[in-house]
Design a protein around this ligand. Structure first.
Ligand code: ADP
Ligand code: MG
Length: 683
């Protein structure tokens, strides 16, 4: 027997590596199994080239668990190693590789995807001793056994082994007993080795016999060595993709579409990406793309490799050209990764474009489930916007779909306002905004439905991208003012009269938590509703954005701003106006006369004040102006009181208010109960 010292500089680096790679101990299995696969592939290549002439035989890689002996053994029938090769590849290279690795990633070990580059060495993360028992495929080789207990010392001796290939025997450490559990190993094999290109057997298949689980003769093959992404798209059917998807994501709904990726220049990449149904949950579906390197699973977090919106997709990317032994933050700036990311983005938009062009009907059917993904892409990647703006759709309240171009054509004649702006009307809730939608339809306008999670930012972006265009939610204002036409002649209403009417209604508006109302009078025609409640587009958008973005919570705290618009032309309102006038005329007359005088004086004084040079506006004049202001306030309060007294006596005022609030879901609790009581009384 020979003894030796492994060429590492640090005396004992094992405890170090064990400690700071703790969370990823499990990768040892991937490393050891992929070495076995590599050795097998090498042998196949040698055989093809005639460098190896013996029988290949069964090349299955076998994994065996011996709980009693406390060992996990990975056996292959690959090239094997001679004692010289062990010395070169294990003693020198593998170990120095580990030392380099440590040096390089001392501070950021967890930032490295899958810790590639650790290789054989990683077996010591879970083992108190590792044996290599191997027989090289080279003719006349002798079997050797190498053994190392986790110090830099090792032994190497001749041994008995008749079959070509390598057994790696891991004597599992006492604090890593989990790796002696069948289920745990099964789980790891599924995660890392599911698609390795050589058959992997984990023990034998079992069956239930005589009430006991018993081993059969059949190998328990745990992998699919020719996954679909390695096959030719022309040889695959839809069912193959669907089945693969189900295997990968059990319990998920069927995907909408998929893309088969396949390039070998200027980088090598294969894969299949699936478009899942996303509906309205952006965050739940992340981290479903699996990254492989030559069919070895590396990670399922691909951020920094593909643009953020693509992480919503599912599927597999396999590329040996993604550098895996660099830190995550470095990845994004890697030239290959940039190219790969661009390529995938382009493929995704090309695929959507072709489905859209070839089968518009299917595309429309799937649009609702696809929309969030496309919107997210358009918002976050300008390149994607340029492409997607050709196949992104609008949906109207009649469930008809239009491209941006088509929609513009549809509305451009009727929905251009007097300043030449194209007005896109939209609703976020067809039920709740029913009356507003009807008002718009009555004018021959089209109303879009915008009820998606990202519609508010999308609308903001489209307003920037489209020329001379505005998006207005139907309840943002009265329809005449949403799209103002040149020939709309506004009925001029007497200012005092309209003030009094507004004040009459204002005095009856109930207090609603976090809401503010502002009453105004407009002439909207006899056919329109007597009262319309609208909600400021600007404030509403700001509040919605504050929910999506940090740092905007200020807006979230602001009250909701509603306008309460009285239709002067409506007979009920006109009637109230008339009776308001006649009921209050006598009381208001002296107050208004008084106010008129006061205001005239106020304006004279103000005028003088503004023109006065130093000292000309005397202390006395200032006092008079102050008093004048106070008196005006007193008279106005008096006026308000007179009007409010009338309002209280006229149940219709409050009733109209309640009806409008009810229609907008603003009436609740005590107010609602009182409204119902009042309604019953009226019957
Ligand atoms: P890498 O696989 O990246 O080369 P490893 O540390 O995993 O690095 O392995 C070091 C070397 O040891 C391999 O390159 C190979 O030459 C040799 N080796 C490891 N496992 C086996 C095996 N099962 N059969 C033959 N050679 C092996
Ligand atoms: Mg390796």
């Amino acid at each position: 027997m020979q003894k030796g010292n492994i060429g590492v500089t640090t005396d004992n680096i094992f405890p170090v590596i064990k400690k700071f790679l703790y969370s990823d101990h499990e990768i040892f299995l991937r490393e050891i199994v992929s070495n076995a696969v590599d050795a097998t592939q090498k042998l196949k290549t040698m055989s093809e080239r005639g460098e190896f002439v013996g029988e290949l035989g069964d090349l299955t890689v076998r994994i065996n668990l011996d709980k009693e002996a406390g060992t996990l053994t990975i056996s292959d029938r690959g090239v094997g190693m001679t004692s010289e090769e062990i010395d070169r590849y294990i003693n020198q290279i593998a170990f120095s590789g580990a030392t380099d690795f440590l040096e390089k990633f001392k501070d950021s070990a967890n930032a490295i995807i899958g810790h590639f580059g650790l290789g054989f060495y990683s077996s010591f993360m879970v083992s108190k001793r590792v044996d290599i028992i191997t027989l090289s495929c080279k003719e006349g080789s002798k079997a050797v056994k190498w053994s190392c207990d986790g110090t830099p010392e090792f032994t190497i001796e001749e041994t008995e082994k008749t079959d070509r290939g390598t057994d790696i025997v891991l004597h599992i450490d006492d604090d890593c007993k989990e790796f002696l559990e069948k289920n745990r190993i099964q789980e790891l094999l599924r995660k890392y080795c599911h698609f390795l290109p050589v058959s992997i057997a984990f023990g034998k298949k079992t069956e239930w016999k005589d009430g006991k689980e018993q081993e059969t003769e059949e190998d328990n093959i745990i992998n699919n060595s020719t996954p679909i992404w390695k096959q030719k798209p022309t040889e695959l059917k839809d069912e193959d993709y669907q089945k693969f998807y189900r295997d990968l994501y059990p319990g998920y709904e069927e995907p909408l579409f998929w893309i088969h990726l396949n390039v070998d220049y200027p980088f090598n990449l294969t894969g299949v990406l699936f478009f899942p149904k996303i509906k309205n949950d952006l965050d739940l579906r992340r981290n479903k793309i699996q990254l492989y390197c030559n069919q070895v699973f590396v990670t399922d977090s691909v951020e920094n490799i593909v643009p953020d919106f693509l992480t919503l997709l599912h599927g597999v990317i396999d590329s040996p050209d993604i550098p895996l032994n660099v830190s995550r933050s470095y990845l994004q700036s890697d030239a290959n990764v940039k190219k790969i990311s661009k390529y995938i983005t382009k493929k995704v938009s090309d695929r959507l474009d072709s489905i859209f062009k070839e089968d518009r009907k299917v595309y429309e059917e799937k649009w609702d489930d696809l929309k969030l993904f496309i919107n997210y892409g358009m918002l976050s990647e300008p390149d994607f916007y340029d492409k997607a703006s050709k196949f992104s759709l609008f949906k109207d309240c009649e469930n008809k779909y239009y491209t941006y171009e088509e929609y513009k054509e549809l509305i451009k004649d009727n929905q251009t306002d007097k300043d030449g702006n194209l007005v896109y009307l939209y609703a976020s809730d067809v039920e709740k905004q029913y009356n507003y939608i009807e008002d718009a339809k009555a004018k021959g306008y089209n109303v879009l439905i915008m009820d998606g999670q990202l519609d508010t930012p999308l609308v903001g972006m489209l307003e920037q991208k489209f020329e001379k265009s505005r998006f207005c939610r139907v309840d943002g204002d009265t329809i005449n003012r949403l799209i103002q036409k040149a020939d709309d002649v506004e009925n001029v209403i007497d200012a005092d009269e309209s003030d009094n009417l507004a004040s009459c209604f204002n005095s009856c508006i109930p207090v609603v938590d976090k809401s503010e109302f502002h009453v105004e009078v407009q002439s909207m025609g006899k056919e329109a509703a007597p009262v319309v409640i609208t909600r400021s587009e600007y404030m509403r958008r700001m509040k919605e954005m504050s929910r999506l973005q940090a740092g905007m919570s200020f807006y979230g705290e602001m009250p909701d701003m509603y306008s309460f618009i009285l239709n002067y032309d409506h007979p009920v309102v006109a009637k109230i106006n008339d009776s308001l006038k006649s009921a209050t005329v006598d009381q208001l007359k002296p107050v208004e006369a008084e106010l008129k005088g006061l205001k005239a004086r106020q304006s004279v004084l103000r005028d003088e004040q503004s023109k006065a040079k130093d000292g000309e506006f005397t202390e006395e004049m200032k006092k008079e102006l102050d008093k004048c202001n106070d008196d005006i306030k007193t008279q106005e309060d008096k006026k308000k009181e007179i009007i409010s007294n009338y309002a209280k006596s006229e149940a219709k005022v409050r009733h109209l208010i309640d009806l409008a609030m009810l229609q907008n879901g603003l009436l609740g609790g005590k107010e609602l109960t009182e409204f119902i009581k009042r309604s019953v009384e009226l019957l």
